[in-house]
Design a protein around this ligand. Structure first.
Ligand code: TXA
Ligand code: MG
Length: 362
């Protein structure tokens, strides 16, 4: 299959640029498109055959459900039932935007889309290309991130092309995305709403809108016996091809420890990379040193995270060491992705951490 790329200028957006792709979606085809978080791979989410094609193109396990993307808040009633007042409050406050709600599904949503669950994840994106595509297609658009399963999520059209060329009908190229990490997912089906995946919308913002929320215990844990409520969170996601380790501790100690490990691996003949914040990036000498962004501005780090992981692959990097980031809620969302990319391999720059954290030791 030929994958056609259509440029959609986001600044001077022309609704006509999505017309062909929208018709293709309507007819059961697959279209990758930009959202404010990452690129999505869209198909008609109420059409089991189209949903099946999404799993096949990505090589995605069929028990990992898809998020349905809608262009109007009221469309939630087409796919979900028992939508609570708290859920409506969140929709009013954060839609369109990077928040996904897990709700009880209506029978119209096929098991192929929800991985057999009786709940459905729904989000209304804010990107003009995404909204226009959904509107013109006239369907609820099921869209996982548009990467091959296990690869870092795509933050630009060329990443999608790398992973999915020849497997999908269209890529709408809207340039680089804004945020760079996937939406916050909140499960609204329990007594207390639970964050299943952290993202740009913070727990503090959600609590300000609806009161108490909790975290799914699996979000920051390396333990394999805790089953995440978002099935996709159990996979070693976002992983680069080489071995990534995260180094935690006092900033100076981290720099020293990374430099020592880089030297050791280079001496053994390996290609080595370092992922660092702008504040410390010039302290490293490795085959590839990538600056993720400024610690003081976590949005800059979110925007480059996945592109950096892909760049290490392009350079053929065999061992990568990343500083630990974190700090505020967005920093934590970045760390959640990095920990998964590293398969929870964490090295402590100085002494061992307190009891109970030892599972994160290398
Ligand atoms: O920002 C985003 O959310 C992007 C853009 C394209 O919208 N989409 C995205 O989709 O990240 P995906 O498929 O890569 O991740 C969806 C996550 C998976 O971890 C999946 O298991 C979880 O959402 N999920 C989907 N439906 C669910 C449900 N009914 N209950 C619990 N988790 C669900
Ligand atoms: Mg994904």
């Amino acid at each position: 299959m030929e994958t056609r790329i259509i440029k959609c200028d986001t600044e001077a957006f022309q609704p006509e640029c999505v017309r062909e792709a929208a018709a293709c979606l309507h007819a059961g085809g697959l279209v990758a498109f930009p959202t404010e978080t990452v690129y999505g791979l869209g198909g008609d989410g109420l059409n089991p055959e189209a949903a099946g094609k999404i799993y096949a193109a990505k090589g995605r396990p069929s028990d990992n459900p898809l998020i349905l993307h809608i262009a109007e808040k009221d469309s939630v009633n087409m796919v979900a039932e028992e939508v609570s007042d708290k859920a409506w409050l969140l929709m009013e406050r954060f839609w369109p935007g990077p928040l996904t709600l897990v709700l009880k599904k209506k029978p119209t949503v096929p098991a192929e889309t929800t991985g057999g669950l009786n709940t459905v994840a729904v989000r209304m994106p804010s990107h003009p290309v995404a909204l226009e595509l959904i509107r013109q297609s006239g369907v609820c658009v099921a869209a996982p991130s548009a990467n091959a399963s296990g690869r870092p999520s795509p933050s630009k059209a060329s990443h999608v092309y790398e992973d999915l060329k020849g497997k999908i009908d269209y890529i709408l190229d809207g340039g680089s995305v804004d945020i760079g990490i996937e939406s916050t997912i909140v499960d609204m089906t329990g007594t207390v709403p639970a964050i299943l995946r952290p993202g740009y919308i913070t727990p503090e913002q959600i609590e300000a809108a609806i009161g108490k929320v909790e975290f799914d215990p699996a979000v920051f844990s390396a333990a394999t016996d805790i089953k995440p409520k978002a099935p996709g969170m159990k996979y070693t996601h976002y992983a680069p091809k080489g071995t990534l380790s995260i180094v935690e501790g006092d900033r100076e100690a981290v720099v020293r420890r990374i430099c020592a490990m880089v030297e050791e691996k280079q001496a053994a003949g390996y290609k080595v990379g370092v992922l660092a914040a702008r504040e410390t990036a010039d302290r490293y000498r490795a085959d590839t040193v990538l600056t993720i962004g400024c610690r003081a501005e976590p949005v800059t780090m979110a925007a480059r995270l996945y592109a950096c992981l892909r760049e290490f692959d392009e350079e053929g990097t065999e061992f990568m060491y990343s500083e630990a980031f974190g700090g505020d809620s967005l920093g934590n969302a970045i760390m959640n992705r990095l920990l998964k990319a590293a398969g929870h391999r964490v090295i402590y720059a100085e002494k061992k951490p307190a009891e109970g954290l030892s599972c994160r030791e290398q």
